[in-house]
Design a protein around this ligand. Structure first.
Ligand code: GLN
Length: 534
């Protein structure tokens, strides 16, 4: 088993995850089996309890992990499922060491970062790598070189690096001065810091606004002890999926192959290139209004944004997402008319009450004005509430998540979670089967499949008590889990009105869009603006 460690320099948020995923795609293009692991130095057990503002989206794996969003990049770039155990956090390591210590497994010893913490990380890296049956394991180390908290993880990389078949890739930032000159000093400093902990990078990927100049490349090579051919320009591209191709053009695929002594079994970047070109060549623009809460940090909906791109590309279109802050509708209900500018309304997943009444106004607008609507998870629950209130006459119907005293709790806590107090990892998570009702729209969208598997992350569900009343009024629950939970709703008389309790975005990949998103965008691309009401 061979390892590539990916570290980050200068600052966080420069796209280390996408760089690691792109390396994986390059290797896959050579026919080499590969997987990615994210090592996070923070003390949380997983990303499930972190705020989307600070940390971006929480990614949900097939096997029910609530994980750092970099695993989403890995899945999208590698087109393969990445299990939850591929996200190792310091919190997990400390937890297991402390449990062992209490059991007496270290009797007589002092338990220390080196070797106990580091050994535990190494053990996990190896066993995960073996289980994945990959020739190459790419390990991305979270945080920035120089952080106190990432030191033990870098020590792991150093120790593993003393063996054969290990490569270090350092992703760093090259900013531009006012005069447009690319400045390499921050990179020099971060490589110096990396060397202080005993790691010499083999490859440096420089993130820059424009392609890295020869001059900057030479300087980095000279000061950082790396041959110029191993300094790679990771300049901004308007389509992230182009990045593996940008690397490939600079010979990085060949370099990885030589350095790791891999036998190339294929040259398959052509398929990837076709998918990227399809995305870039799309002309028709489809404007979608997205009514979310975390509109300031678009990383909060990164999988959904990516999934919409994949779906649009398959239709020869590009999607333009307009984020709408629904709190403005609460202050000024007239403002909901602004949705006329969009060809579809999308309400994504969410938690808590802020902006909820505004979202309900947006959903009502889409339903009444026959604008395509797609609701995902929270957007599914809210569509049910809107229908209950405004069609079924259940005034003040709500979810007990938002209004515990509602007279009509049409959305209520999942029965098996009623007595669960702890918030970490306790939702209904991961892939769950859904039976589709024959002859419904969703059944058609999934090409007649009877049972589908989609990923979930929720604590509330449609209260079965209200289903007959809602269905009497025309709401169709067209997907139901084998244990009887409502999963999909639709309005047959509407041009496109659908919502799912599951998150279709987590299974979307370039070239393999999520069926529900594709159908929604297709409907949106045929829609005209609703006429203004007077
Ligand atoms: N807050 C809702 C629930 O817990 C929806 C969750 C979501 O949208 N991911 O069920």
């Amino acid at each position: 088993m061979k390892f590539i460690f990916v570290t980050g320099g200068v600052m966080s948020g420069i796209g280390k995850g996408i760089a690691a995923a792109s390396l994986g795609r390059l290797l896959k293009g050579l026919g080499v089996s590969v997987t990615c692991i994210k090592v996070d130095p923070y003390l949380n057990i997983d990303a499930g309890t972190m705020g989307p503002y600070q940390h971006g989206e929480v990614w949900v794996t097939e096997d029910g992990g609530e994980i750092d969003m970099d695993l989403g990049h890995y899945e999208r770039f590698l087109s393969q499922d990445i299990p939850r155990e591929h996200n190792i956090t310091s919190g997990q390591i400390y937890q297991s060491i402390i449990e062992k210590e209490r059991r007496g497994e270290y009797l007589g010893q002092t338990v220390q970062i080196i070797p106990h913490f580091t050994d535990e990380v190494k053990r996990r890296l190896r066993s995960i790598g073996e289980r994945s049956k990959s020739e190459v394991v790419i390990v991305e180390i979270g945080g920035t070189v120089g952080d106190i908290e990432s030191l033990p993880m870098l020590e792991v990389a150093r120790q593993v690096g003393t063996e054969n078949g290990v490569l270090f890739v350092h992703v760093t930032l090259v900013p531009e001065s006012n005069t447009g000159e690319q400045k390499t000093k921050p990179t020099q400093h971060s490589v110096a810091t990396l060397r202080e902990v005993g790691v010499q990078p083999d490859v440096i990927i420089a993130r820059s606004e424009t392609p890295l100049s020869e001059d900057a490349k030479r300087k980095i090579a000279l000061f950082c002890n790396v041959p110029p051919g191993q300094v790679i320009s990771g300049h901004n591209v308007d389509n992230v999926y182009r990045l593996p191709l940008v690397y490939e053009e600079q010979g990085l695929g060949r370099l990885l192959q030589e350095k790791l002594r891999l036998r190339a079994k294929a040259h398959r970047m052509g398929e990837w290139r076709r998918v990227v070109e399809q995305m870039d060549g799309a002309r028709q623009r489809v404007v979608i209004a997205m009514a979310g809460k975390y509109v300031e940090n678009t990383d909060s909906y990164i999988s959904l944004n990516e999934a919409l791109k994949h779906a649009a590309a398959s239709l020869g279109a590009r999607v333009e997402i307009r984020y709408v802050d629904t709190e403005q509708f609460e202050e000024n209900p007239e403002a909901v008319e602004n949705l006329r500018g969009a060809r579809g309304v999308l309400v994504p997943g969410g938690f808590g009450s802020r902006g909820t009444e505004g979202k309900l106004l947006a959903i009502r607008y889409a339903r009444e004005r026959r604008l395509p609507y797609l609701g995902l998870c929270f957007g599914f629950q809210l569509a049910t509430i809107e229908f209950a209130r405004n069609v079924a006459g259940l005034k003040r119907a709500h979810s007990t998540e938002i209004d515990p005293k509602t007279p009509y709790p049409v959305v209520d806590i999942l029965s098996h979670l009623r007595d669960v107090k702890s918030l970490g990892g306790t939702m209904r998570l991961g892939a769950q089967p859904i039976k589709l009702r024959p002859h419904t729209r969703v059944h058609h969208i999934y090409k007649g499949q009877e049972v589908i598997l989609e990923r979930h992350r929720h604590r509330y569900e449609i209260n079965p008590r209200f289903i007959p009343r809602l269905e009497d009024k025309g709401l169709v629950f067209s997907g139901v889990s084998p244990d009887g939970r409502m999963e999909v709703l639709e309005l047959p008389q509407h041009p496109f009105y659908m919502a799912t309790q599951f998150h279709p975005e987590f299974k979307s990949r370039p070239g393999h869009p999520a069926p529900v998103l594709r159908a929604f965008l297709e409907a949106a691309s045929h829609t005209r603006a609703p006429v203004k009401e007077n």
